[in-house]
Structure formats: structure tokens, C-alpha cells
Design a protein around this ligand. Structure first.
Ligand code: NCD
Length: 330
């Protein structure tokens, strides 16, 4: 496989457009590079308020009259459902193009640009998932309403990384000082890319656990090193299990392999079991962006350290916060 490039989302102008605490209104959310620590703190405070509101009364009318389009060119359960739930719990409505774009004019050959220029006529924001790196940036260039990147191929998945970081903070009460191990497909896993980049803003130790061909892209490893973080790579979960405060497990991204024989070589490489968890700290968390396809054994689910379904719920609160913010209602 050729070396993985992630260039489109690493363009310099992303870095210049850091979202400050107060100016999210009308902004696209394309990469985690747009968030500084103040911005992250602000998102988390808003998400926390959303949780309290949902726990108390379930819904509000904050986004009443607003319409969100969810345009998904790749499969999704959690990301699409949580954006829909987020919008509806805030009183807004959704145009859901999530059941396969084969039922939209994309199947007639319509370009992404034309699809976006059409959907922006109806909606106040667009959530886009697309198989190509950089697609969200292209969509944003054509759209006059905010575009939220819900995964651009093997590029980024910023809203997932925000909910991942929020989950770490909720579960362990802090982020600075933690030892965080990422396990699995670090090469193609866009959630890993976004979370790693976010973590460069914190004082954390990072351990990257993957088969050789699924190592973290060099461009990201360089960012981690430039940030001065303590970092190590290994092939073996046993090397990290005892010290990890967070074990972030991921699926091998089958759909990114051009050679399925290569996928077969690395699938099933890691499985977190209840037995392995006996070696982990008493106070730590196991996370997974899901779907899992064998990386975490079902026997682990009853372990209080298994945070992946709480992580799912946090996704709704983070997306409620983000929608309110880009629509100027936070
Ligand atoms: C992830 C994705 O789509 O990148 N899923 C998600 O959004 N929760 C991870 C994956 O598909 O493996």
C-alpha cells in the first residue's frame, strides 16, 4: 500500500481558523485543528448542560424552526442517529439522507458540489460523511451554511474525537497526566487521527499499538513528537495494559484496503478479553468508537471500566452542543 497522505485536512488555513470560545456561529467543523483548549472547554461545558437538560426534561426548543441535513455516503449507525437525536431533542428537524445515497440523485451521477448546493437551499447546516479525504472541506467551499465533517474517508472525524475526549474527562475527571493507549487500525482509523491530534494539546503519554502495516501515519507521529509528548509504538497490547488509564480500541477499517488479502492478515490481531483486563488498573477506561467486530470480547461489557456505551450517549450531548453553537444558539 502507498504511504498514507492526509494532506487536504492539514492545510495551513485550518490552523489559522482556530475557533475561539465565542465565535462558533456559522462555522464549519472540518478538523479538530480548529479547536484550542478554550474552545474545547467551552464545548464540554455546553455538552454538560445538554446532558443535564436531557436528564431532567428530555428536550428543549432551542433549535425550533432549524433544519439539519444529514448526508451520508458511507454506512453509519451512531454518528447519523446521534446527530438526528441531537437535532430533534433541541426542537429542530432533519432531512435524513442516511439510508444510502443510492436513493438520492447521487446515483444518477450528481457531483458532491451540486448535491451540497442543492441541500444548502433547504437547511441551516449539513452533516457530511464521505469516503474521500478532504471531501468535507470541498463541501464547505460550496456551502453557505455550516458543514460538519462526520468522517471523510481515512482523514478525520472531529465530532467523534470531541466526544471521545469528553468521555475521558467525564470518566476520569481529567485529561492532563493520563497514559492513553490506542489499539488497532491507527493508519486508516479517522477517529484515532482526530483524537491523537486533539491530545497534542494536553500533557499526556501516548502509546500506539498496531500491526506494522497499520501504524499511525508519519505526519501525525511528527505532530505528536513536535508537541513534546512522551510516545512509544508497540505491536503488543501486553506492553501497555498495566499502565494505561485509557485503552482506546479500534476496528480494522476493512473498507480502506485495496488488497483484501492484506486485511485478512491483520484482522483479529487484537482481542481485549476479561482475562486481559485483570492486568489493567482498577481505575481506567476501555473505549471504542464502535462498531466492534471482535476487538473487545462481550465478556468485558459487564466490567465497570467498559465505557463504550456511555461514550455513545456522550456523542449525543456533544453533537447537541455543536449544533447549538454553529447555529448561534449556545
Ligand atoms: C467510526 C467511523 O465511522 O470512523 N465509527 C463511528 O463514527 N462511531 C469507527 C469505525 O467505523 O470503525
Amino acid at each position: 500500500m502507498p504511504a498514507l497522505t492526509l494532506d487536504p485536512l492539514f492545510a495551513d488555513d485550518d490552523r489559522r481558523k482556530i475557533l475561539r470560545s465565542t465565535d462558533f456561529t456559522g462555522q464549519d467543523i472540518l478538523s479538530v485543528s480548529q479547536f484550542d483548549r478554550d474552545g474545547l472547554e467551552y464545548v464540554f461545558i455546553r455538552a454538560h448542560e445538554m446532558r443535564e437538560m436531557v436528564d431532567r426534561i428530555g428536550y428543549s426548543n432551542l433549535l425550533k424552526g432549524h433544519i439539519l441535513t444529514c448526508l451520508f455516503y458511507e454506512p453509519s449507525t451512531r454518528t447519523s442517529a446521534s446527530f438526528i437525536a441531537a437535532m430533534e431533542r433541541l426542537g429542530g428537524s432533519v432531512i435524513p439522507i442516511t439510508q444510502g445515497v443510492q436513493f438520492s440523485s447521487v446515483s444518477k451521477g450528481e457531483t458532491l458540489a451540486d448535491t451540497i448546493r442543492t441541500l444548502e437551499q433547504y437547511s441551516d447546516a449539513i452533516v457530511l460523511r464521505h469516503p474521500e479525504i478532504g471531501s468535507a472541506r470541498i463541501a464547505a467551499d460550496y456551502s453557505s451554511v455550516p458543514v460538519i465533517n462526520a468522517g471523510d474517508g481515512a482523514g478525520e472525524h472531529p465530532t467523534q474525537a470531541l466526544l471521545d475526549l469528553f468521555t475521558i474527562q467525564q470518566e476520569l475527571g481529567r485529561i492532563d497526566g493520563l497514559k492513553i493507549a490506542m489499539v488497532g487500525d491507527l493508519r486508516f482509523g479517522r477517529t484515532v487521527h482526530s483524537l491523537t491530534r486533539l491530545l497534542t494539546q494536553y500533557d499526556v503519554s501516548l502509546r500506539f499499538v498496531s500491526p506494522e502495516i497499520l501504524r499511525l501515519p508519519l505526519v501525525l507521529m511528527n505532530e505528536v513528537k513536535d508537541a513534546g509528548l512522551n510516545v512509544r509504538e508497540t505491536h503488543d497490547v501486553a506492553d501497555v495494559i498495566q499502565n494505561a488509564d485509557v485503552l482506546y480500541v479500534t476496528r480494522v477499517q476493512k473498507e480502506r484496503f485495496s488488497d483484501l488479502a492484506q486485511y485478512e492478515e491483520v484482522r483479529g490481531h487484537y482481542e481485549i478479553t476479561a482475562e486481559l483486563m485483570q492486568h489493567a488498573k482498577e481505575r481506567m477506561v476501555i473505549m471504542h468508537p464502535l462498531p466492534r467486530v471482535g476487538e473487545i470480547h462481550y465478556s468485558v461489557d459487564a466490567d465497570p471500566r467498559a465505557a463504550y456505551f456511555r461514550q455513545v450517549r456522550n456523542g449525543m450531548f456533544i453533537r447537541m452542543a455543536l449544533l447549538a453553537m454553529v447555529l448561534g444558539k449556545a
